[in-house]
Each structure stands twice: as structure tokens, then as C-alpha cells.
Design a protein around this ligand. Structure first.
Ligand SMILES: Cc1cc2nc3c(=O)[nH]c(=O)nc-3n(C[C@H](O)[C@H](O)[C@H](O)COP(=O)(O)O)c2cc1C
Length: 331
């Protein structure tokens, strides 16, 4: 591989990484670093930032890396080029996830043009949504976005299934909170004092546990673990929103990376319409509960994310590590 990069290529690679760092990631672990060679960016999974207890197989780590891959793809489109994507699966180099290069000239679609500015604007949400449904036709559009990545977005319309999923989420949250090993891991990424994390991220990047909604979805995770620190979302009338599962046919590395790309694509498309997602993945981190959800709610397909979608009160904030810290020249 030619390692001499022109300043122009380096600028492009910097621009691409500067977008990719805003991808969604479990506990905001940002479990990645980026290798650059010319304008080509290689996404590497950073196993030191994997949740050892909650994510022993690296499923959530690779979903997060997939989200970064999609963001790179969209940023290349924004520059007026087709992304040249190679998914990497060398067993000798398991950390290498994907290479995204700048392909031939391309005119971005209207969707892509609208989604690009959402990369930095999009925020995850916790707690309830504004009453009233999603904009007409949006769910169909989001399902098509997922389908384009060969992933399914299944809407949980049956009220009994929603209640059951909320109960499983609550059960998983309670089990994890009471297990010192899970609790210690959560504390590493969200210090109970509300202070800064060891990697310099602001503890207040996480909102306080939010108001109760019905069915109760454990309000996201209680990152404050009962301490009450963090941003407050105030008192207001709130709705559950649309409950949805992101599922794949199989359950391997390639599927997790596809799920991550689909997830980020859905989130950016939803953000165009001021729709945000709240995530509830606790139950999927517990093998027994995940298996139950797979067989009872996914017709045997593999659940990768549980989320609620709704029109959100706009949230400020969002913090990421710097591009310089995350970028290395690729050998
Ligand atoms: C695989 C995965 C699992 C996640 N699980 C949860 C969750 O259970 N609860 C939650 O509140 N957020 C969850 N999130 C969202 C992240 O915490 C969030 O993306 C991160 O804190 C960064 O915030 P931002 O998306 O607003 O930029 C998850 C994200 C990913 C990619």
C-alpha cells in the first residue's frame, strides 16, 4: 500500500473521521480508532473499550463500529463521491472492521443530502416523547432504510408485546444494578459522582433517569445509580413512542456490523424529521432474556437493538473524543 499521502488527501481523511466520531455507541464508549492512508479510512474496533461483562462477544462493540462505518459512507457521499467500502474479516486482524475509500464522482440523493447534517445534530433520547405519533409514512421510510442494509426494523404494535418487552427491560436493569460486576463496569463508563470518566468524557453527558412512561421502559439506564446527578429533563407529559426491534437473520460479526450501519442510517433519517430514539438494550445483554426475546418476539430472527422512536424535546449536549486522539497513520 502506498503510504505517502498528499495534504489534500489528509484533509479529506480528517473530514471523514471528524464525522465518524459522532456515530452512536454503547455507553458512549466510542470503541474505535481510525487508520488513514491517503484519503482512505480504516475503522478499527478498540477492544480495550469493549464492555467485558455486558458485551463479552463484542456484539455491541461491533454494532457501534458499524454505525461509524455508515457515517463514513455518508460523509463520502456528501463530498460528491461514491464510498468504496471493503468490510474486513481477517481472523489474524480481528480489530480491522472496514475500509472506506473515496470512489468515483457521485451526486448524493435527496435523502443523503438531508441526513448528512444530522450526523452532529442527532442525539439519543431517554424518557418519554411528545404525545402524538410519528410523521405519516416515516416508519415505512425507516424500514426501507434498514432493509437497504439487509436488516429488519420490526415495529412492536401489539400492546401486550410492548408491556412484556418493557417488563423484560426492567427485569434486566434490576438484575444488572444488583450485580456488583455489572455495576462496576457501568461505573467505569458513567461515574456515580457525576464527575468525568477516565477517558475525559463529561459525566453529565448522560441525562438523569427520566419521568415514568407507560409501559415503563426502565427510563433507559439509571446511569446515576440512584445518586440523582446529571441533567434533569423536568416535568412534562410524555409518551412511550413507537417500540421497535432491529433484527438480523444471523448473529455473527457481519450481522452486527450490518445492524450498526442500519441503526445509524435509521437514526439519521429519523433525525431529519425531528424523531429521536431511546435505547433499551439491557435485556439483550443477558443471554437467557435475549433468547426469550428472539423466540417470542422476533420469530426466530436475532434481536440486536430494542428502541423507542418518537418526537423528542430537543436535547443539547453530546461529547466525543477528539479526531487527533482517534486517528493514526495506517502502515
Ligand atoms: C449497541 C448500543 C447499545 C446501547 N444501549 C443503550 C441503552 O441500553 N440505554 C441507553 O440509554 N442508551 C443506549 N445506547 C445509546 C448510547 O448510550 C448513546 O449513543 C451514547 O451515549 C452517545 O450519545 P448520543 O447517541 O446522544 O450521541 C446504546 C447504543 C448502542 C450503539
Amino acid at each position: 500500500m502506498d503510504t505517502a499521502s498528499t495534504p489534500e488527501e489528509e484533509k479529506v481523511a480528517h473530514f471523514l473521521v471528524d464525522a465518524a466520531v459522532w456515530a452512536v455507541s454503547v455507553h458512549n464508549t466510542q470503541p474505535w480508532w481510525f487508520g488513514t492512508c491517503g484519503s482512505t479510512v480504516t475503522v478499527h474496533a478498540d477492544a480495550d473499550r469493549r464492555l467485558e461483562i455486558a458485551d463479552p462477544d463484542g456484539r455491541e462493540m461491533l454494532i457501534s463500529c458499524g454505525a461509524a462505518v455508515y457515517t463514513l459512507r455518508l460523509a463520502v457521499c456528501h463530498l460528491g463521491h461514491l464510498p468504496d467500502v471493503r468490510m474486513l474479516s481477517d481472523p489474524e486482524r480481528p480489530g480491522e472492521v472496514a475500509q472506506v475509500g473515496v470512489g468515483p464522482p457521485y451526486s448524493p440523493t435527496a435523502d443523503e443530502r438531508q441526513m448528512y447534517p444530522q450526523i452532529r445534530r442527532r442525539r439519543g433520547h431517554r424518557g418519554g416523547f411528545r404525545p402524538g405519533g410519528l410523521p405519516a409514512g416515516l416508519l415505512q421510510i425507516l424500514r426501507a432504510q434498514a432493509y437497504a442494509e439487509r436488516v429488519s426494523l420490526r415495529i412492536v404494535a401489539d400492546p401486550r408485546a410492548r408491556i412484556a418487552l418493557a417488563a423484560l427491560t426492567e427485569a434486566a436493569e434490576q438484575i444488572q444494578r444488583r450485580n456488583p460486576v455489572y455495576a462496576a463496569e457501568a461505573a467505569r463508563w458513567a461515574p456515580a459522582s457525576g464527575g468525568d470518566r477516565p477517558d475525559g468524557m463529561d459525566g453529565d453527558a448522560y441525562p438523569r433517569e427520566s419521568a415514568r412512561i407507560d409501559p415503563h421502559f426502565a427510563g433507559g439506564r439509571d446511569f446515576a445509580r440512584g445518586q440523582g446527578w446529571g441533567r434533569t429533563d423536568g416535568e412534562r407529559q410524555e409518551a412511550t413512542g413507537v417500540v421497535a426491534l432491529l433484527v438480523t437473520d444471523q448473529d455473527g460479526r457481519a450481522d452486527w456490523l450490518r445492524a450498526g450501519q442500519a441503526l445509524q442510517r435509521i437514526l439519521l433519517c429519523a433525525a431529519v424529521h425531528d424523531v429521536a430514539a431511546a435505547f433499551h438494550t439491557q435485556a439483550l445483554e443477558m443471554p437467557d432474556l435475549r433468547e426469550l426475546i428472539r423466540t417470542r418476539f422476533c420469530d426466530g430472527a436475532c434481536p440486536q437493538m430494542i428502541m423507542r422512536l418518537g418526537v423528542a424535546h430537543v436535547e443539547a449536549g453530546g461529547a466525543r473524543r477528539s479526531v487527533t486522539e482517534l486517528t493514526r497513520g495506517e502502515l
